[in-house]
Design a protein around this ligand. Structure first.
Ligand code: PAF
Length: 273
C-alpha cells in the first residue's frame, strides 16, 4: 500500500515490528525482517528512497529501485504489510519540519562527509515511527552511526519504540551487504573486501594486546594494499559516543569509509570486546 490512510486502516493496535528500508532488498534486510518476525506478531516493512537524506550530487536519482522484486521477497519472508509511499505522500506540499540530533553523533564521520544526511534520516524515521507506531524497530549495524542517531532521537523525544540493532550480513569474502554494491564493477568488487580486512587487522592487533595506535597502523597498512580505495576515514571509536579513542574501552568500534571509482563504501566492526 502507498497511502497513509490505507496504512492506518490496516495497522493493528499493538504488536508491530517495523523494518524501515530504502528498498532494493538484500539478505541484510531479510535478516532484519526475520528478527522482526521472531519478536512481533505483525511485521511492517517500508520501502521509501528518502530524498531528504541525500545531498546535492549524491545518488538519489540513480539509487537502485525494484519495488516488484522487493514485494515478492517480502511476501516470501512472511511480512504482513508493505508500506511504499511516494514522495508526495511522505512529504506533502509545504512539509517544512526537520528533526535534528545535535552534537558529535551527527557532526563526526558520515555527518562530516554528508552534511544534512542524518537530519534527513532522523526526519523520515520520526515520521515513519509516528505513522507505523511500532513497538520495536530494526536497523542494521552496517550503518552503525545511523543506529546510534536513531537511538538518541528515540530517547530524546520519548518515542515508545525499542530500537533493535542487527549484526551486519556479509558476503563470503567479508564485503558487507549494501544495496549500493550493485554500483561496483567486477574488478572493484574483487577489491571491496579491503574495508573488512582493515577492520579484522585492527581487531587482531587488539586481540594480541596491541595498543589503539598499533591497531590503527595495522588497519592503515591493510588499506594501502588496495590503492584504488581512497580512504575518507579509518578510526577506532567509543561504541556510544563515536569519539576517537586513545585507549581501549569495552566494545570499541573500528569504522572505515572511502571511495572506489564507482561508489563510496562504509563498514564497521567491534574490534575490542
Ligand atoms: O538505512 C536505510 O535504509 C535508511 O537510512 C532508512 C533508515 C530506511 C531511512 O531512510
Amino acid at each position: 500500500m502507498s497511502t497513509v490512510a490505507e496504512l492506518r486502516a490496516a495497522l493493528p493496535r499493538e504488536g508491530v515490528g517495523f523494518v524501515p528500508t530504502m528498498g532494493y532488498l538484500h539478505r541484510g534486510h531479510l535478516a532484519l525482517v526475520e528478527r522482526a518476525r521472531r519478536e512481533n506478531p505483525f511485521v511492517v516493512v517500508s520501502v521509501f528512497v528518502n530524498p531528504l537524506q541525500f545531498g546535492p550530487g549524491e545518488d538519489y536519482h540513480r539509487y537502485p529501485r525494484d519495488l516488484e522484486r522487493d514485494r515478492a521477497l517480502l511476501q516470501e519472508a512472511g511480512v504482513d504489510l508493505l508500506f511504499a509511499p511516494g514522495v508526495e505522500e511522505m512529504y506533502p506540499e509545504g512539509f517544512a519540519t526537520r528533526v535534528q540530533v545535535e552534537g558529535p553523533l551527527t557532526a563526526l564521520w558520515e555527518g562530516a562527509v554528508r552534511p544534512g544526511h542524518f537530519q534527513g534520516v532522523a526526519t523520515v524515521v520520526a515520521r515513519l515511527f509516528l505513522l507505523v507506531q511500532p513497538q520495536r524497530a530494526y536497523f542494521g549495524e552496517k550503518d552503525y552511526q545511523q543506529l546510534l542517531v536513531v537511538r538518541r532521537m528515540v530517547r530524546d523525544l520519548g518515542f515508545p519504540v525499542e530500537v533493535v540493532g542487527v549484526p551486519t550480513v556479509r558476503e563470503e569474502d567479508g564485503l558487507a551487504l549494501s544495496s549500493r554494491n550493485v554500483y561496483l564493477s567486477p574488478e572493484t568488487r574483487k577489491k571491496a573486501p579491503v574495508l573488512y580486512r582493515a577492520l579484522l587487522a585492527m581487531r587482531e592487533v587488539a586481540g594480541q594486546g596491541g595498543s589503539v595506535a598499533e591497531a590503527l597502523r595495522a588497519g592503515e597498512e591493510a588499506l594501502r594494499a588496495v590503492p584504488e580505495f581512497r580512504r575518507v576515514y579509518l578510526a577506532i571509536v567509543h561504541p556510544e559516543t563515536l569519539l576517537p579513542l586513545s585507549d581501549w574501552v569495552a566494545g570499541a568500534r573500528g569504522i572505515v569509509a572511502g571511495r572506489f571509482p564507482e561508489a563510496r563504501l562504509i563498514d564497521n566492526l567491534e574490534v575490542y570486546p
